[in-house]
Write a protein that binds this ligand. Structure first.
Ligand code: SAH
Length: 229
């Protein structure tokens, strides 16, 4: 297992990363954005953790980035700060997205970062194949993530999944759906965060061709009733 290697962070990026976390912890007193509610835990489990997948996100084709099920903006906002990619943060809970949009505005990031308060499945109809790279943390198991992401991805676009545990059967199940969903496994990397105990796994798939099924399915189906191979 690799140990987390922090990327080079400029002082302005550092203050934006901290400003986002501060805003989320503040907003959390009113809205339930995250169960992590101390500065120390936030620095590790939100900010550092969000940066773990940066190499994989930077490796994706140039173009728009979306973070699906972003909650308080993790990993989407830290990734946007570090990459400068045009970013869309997506969450079905509109109150969360309004609070995150306010934080983004207050940090002066609104030229490149915007929010979508709605379902991933509905976004897929509005912006088909609009993204070069997509991330998701703590959203769903891999089979559901592949199904939710593929209609949004351009050909060759990457899905970067942040997983805390990766049971063998979850990866096997996802791989068995590669042909049906037109998504292929690219890489799998296990990382230990700087506390020396928290494990993180980054799994990347890319879109190759056209799915064999019509997507998106009805809202909720991908998560409640994922495809079996
Ligand atoms: N990525 C964040 C939040 C994870 S919680 C983090 O790691 O801290 C999962 C989030 O996904 C919730 O905020 C929930 O509202 C959102 N979500 C779940 N299913 C969704 C869907 N189909 N469309 C949009 N958002 C969804």
């Amino acid at each position: 297992m690799d140990i987390f290697e922090p990327p080079a962070i400029t002082s302005s990026q550092q203050s934006l990363l901290e400003g986002h976390l501060r805003g989320v912890l503040e907003a959390n007193k009113v809205h339930n954005l995250t169960r992590i509610d101390t500065w120390e835990d936030g620095l590790l489990l939100h900010v550092e953790d969000s940066l773990v997948g940066l190499p994989e996100i930077q490796d994706a084709p140039v173009g728009r980035y979306a973070d699906l099920g972003t909650g308080g903006g993790f990993p989407g906002v830290p990734v946007a700060i570090m990459t400068g990619r045009e970013t869309l943060l997506v969450d079905s809970v509109q109150k969360k997205m309004a609070a995150v949009q306010e934080i983004v505005d207050s940090l002066g990031l609104s030229a490149s970062v915007s929010t979508y308060g709605g379902r991933i499945e509905d976004l897929a109809k509005e912006m088909p194949q609009a993204f070069a790279v997509i991330s998701a943390r703590a959203l769903s198991a891999l089979p559901s993530l592949l199904e939710l992401a593929v209609p949004l991805l351009q050909e060759g676009g990457r899905l970067v999944c942040y997983k805390s545990q990766l049971p063998d059967n979850e990866l096997e199940h996802a791989r068995a759906l590669e042909d049906k969903l037109a998504m292929r496994l690219v890489s799998e990397r296990h990382v230990l965060l700087s506390d020396g105990v928290t494990e993180r796994c980054i799994v990347v798939f890319k879109r190759c061709g056209e799915p064999r099924v019509k997507l998106p399915r009805r809202v909720g189906s991908a998560q409640k009733n994922p495809y079996r191979a």
